[in-house]
Design a protein around this ligand. Structure first.
Ligand SMILES: Cc1ncc(COP(=O)(O)O)c(C=O)c1O
Length: 375
């Protein structure tokens, strides 16, 4: 029996043809027609005006902070329940992360805690400069109150939609709720370029400047001249070709991820002690990963027992992101709240959610989980 991975790449469209086109044209570097087309097609898909394709989602986040002038000593708010990349970039800029706990009903940044933190900062006379708001596991944060609170204090939002391409909030695509949004195309994301990312914005200045910095900040001169520190962050034309093939199939991928989520809900929903990540009524999740919470006192086995039982059957699953305030590297940073994300971390397990999964694969996964049920 083959190993079932968490969320492996799934190349099922014109990727091969487009990749060979790029190869045969000799445009295999970080510029080229597929890069331009990938950026345009992404803008069209999500309804954003401008985009720059980059080597990773992390690079996109880093450039977003640089565009907003973040530097040494600045405070930057960040969702607590996320992958380390969301917070690492704050440190790249020499700034100080302040983490905001999750709302239990969406698992995303709690807008009430965000307001409390900003009110407290205002009283102390030092406001954060930016808020990095993450759309976790493919579900948008609750942007109406978040945008309102940030606007009250004049704080721009960077939307970390690395996991949420194709998700919507009140009918608008993820990635459009901040001054800038970012996506990741690493190997486990809903679409992949093997590794890659994109920075999007309606503000052309941000995107032009980010493009400039991403190509080593070379001044317009015939010789190599640099007035700024630049980065080598661009996406290759070969990888952009793969991305175009993937993006064209995004709707099918979202539909498949959602059907996987529905399968798990139907076949595990009756077990006491299992709870699914809630889908908020304000939008549609892309269900990048299906995530469950296991309450051992009711289910009879804990999260780690279930994970190891799956592993013994050659099935990959993962504990949910360890909150940033529990990470040794961020242990001295401020956290507003923290108990919600801690509790989710203790009990949360991400189930295999690859878009190539068959009904047989899903049966294999659910059988192992049902066998761990000892109420
Ligand atoms: C929430 C979140 N932010 C940022 C990233 C970073 O993206 P990348 O791996 O493309 O650098 C990821 C994924 O890896 C992510 O899940």
């Amino acid at each position: 029996m083959k190993r079932i991975y968490l969320s492996p790449p799934h190349l099922d469209g014109r990727e091969r043809e487009l990749l060979l086109q790029a190869y045969d044209s000799n445009w295999i570097t970080t510029l080229g027609p597929h890069v331009d087309a990938f950026e345009e097609e992404m803008c069209r898909k999500i309804g954003m005006k401008h985009a720059v394709a980059l080597g990773s989602g992390t690079a996109a986040l880093h450039l977003a902070l640089l565009m907003l002038g973040i530097g040494r000593g600045d405070l930057v708010l960040c969702s607590d329940l996320t992958f380390a990349a969301s917070a690492n970039v704050i440190r790249y800029c020499g700034a100080e992360p302040v983490f905001i706990d999750s709302d239990r009903s969406t698992w995303n940044m709690d807008s009430g805690l965000l307001e409390e933190e900003l009110d407290a900062c205002a009283k102390k006379g030092k406001l954060p400069r930016v808020a990095i708001v993450v759309d976790i596991y493919g579900q948008c944060a609750d942007y109406d109150p978040i945008v309102k609170t940030c606007a009250k204090y004049g704080i721009p939002i960077v939307e970390d939609a690395a996991e949420a391409l194709g998700a919507t909030y009140r009918g608008t695509y993820a990635g459009r709720f901040g001054a800038m949004g970012i996506f990741s195309f690493n190997g486990n994301k809903i679409i992949t370029t093997s590794g890659g990312g994109m920075l999007v914005s309606d503000n052309v200045k941000y995107i032009e400047q980010a493009r400039f910095l991403s190509t080593q900040a070379r001044d317009p001169a015939p010789h190599y001249q640099h007035s700024h520190i630049g980065y080598n962050y661009r996406l290759s034309n070969l990888l952009a070709a793969i991305g175009r093939g993937q993006l064209a199939r995004l709707d099918e991928k979202v539909a498949k991820k959602r059907s996987i989520n529905e399968y798990y809900r139907n076949s595990l929903g009756d077990l006491s002690g299992i709870e699914f990540m809630p889908e908020a009524p304000y939008g549609t999740s892309n269900c990048w990963l299906t995530v469950i919470l296991i309450a051992p006192e009711k289910f009879g086995s804990d999260r780690e027992t279930v994970r190891l039982a799956l592993e013994a059957e050659d099935i990959e699953s993962r504990p949910i992101w360890k909150p940033m305030h529990l990470q040794p590297v961020f242990k001295d940073c401020r956290i507003r709240g923290g108990s919600v994300s801690e509790n989710l971390f203790e009990r949360g397990l991400c189930l295999p959610s690859g878009t190539q999964m068959t009904e047989g694969d899903l049966e294999r996964v659910t059988k192992v989980i049902r066998d761990c049920y000892k109420p």
